[in-house]
Ligand binder design. Sequence first.
Ligand SMILES: [Zn+2]
Length: 239
Amino acid sequence: MTHDLDILALGAHPDDVEVHVGGILALASDRGIKAAILDLTAGDLGTRGTAETRRAEAQQAAGILGVPRIVLDFPDGRFTEDESYRQRLMAEIRRLRPRILILPPPEDRHPDHRRAHRLAREAAYYAGLKNYPCPVAPWRPEALAWVGGENPDPPDLLVDVSAAWERRMAAFDAFGSQFAQDASQPVTRIAHSAFRRGVLGRAMHWGSLRMCDWAEALWCERPVPMALIQLLARLEEPA
Ligand SMILES: [Zn+2]
């Protein structure tokens, strides 16, 4: 069996993927590399915006990046690592058959991000076991990678995303309910102007290590899987 998707980027909430790897997804769509976003929740516990607003923003952002978006509608903040959630996620991984799965960070201030990392990492493993009860045929991603938390270790991989940078930030800014300056809304950590500057600053720093304008970072198990190196190298080829 061959893969259906090259890259599946998974987030706990709508906007998680756009905070970290929007450039990687935009480059993929420009190069005919099949990518998609999978959100575990619709972000219904968010301080700003409703689940409906966030859903509309999330679809707009995915459209800007040029990739499809799937929402599993797990309960925000209340999904667990129980087998029922693992099975639903496993079925989705088996249905989408991604070659590379990009996960939320293992260490982060938000407990949903840490839990989503553990849940998805286990689901990706068990999805490959043929006798694990699940109505969809077994599939295990060839390689896992994950995004960084707020203060990560030096990255394992850096991708030059300069060619897609404006679209990448347009997708980030599509989440107006979350990131825009709005005096009528409560000030949250992610709606503070410092959060957006942090996104820019990290991409600029990683770009300085790659000698390019803007880069996105990934972490993975060691040794770094060759499938990951080969696929990410294709992203940097001319479109
Ligand atoms: Zn989040």
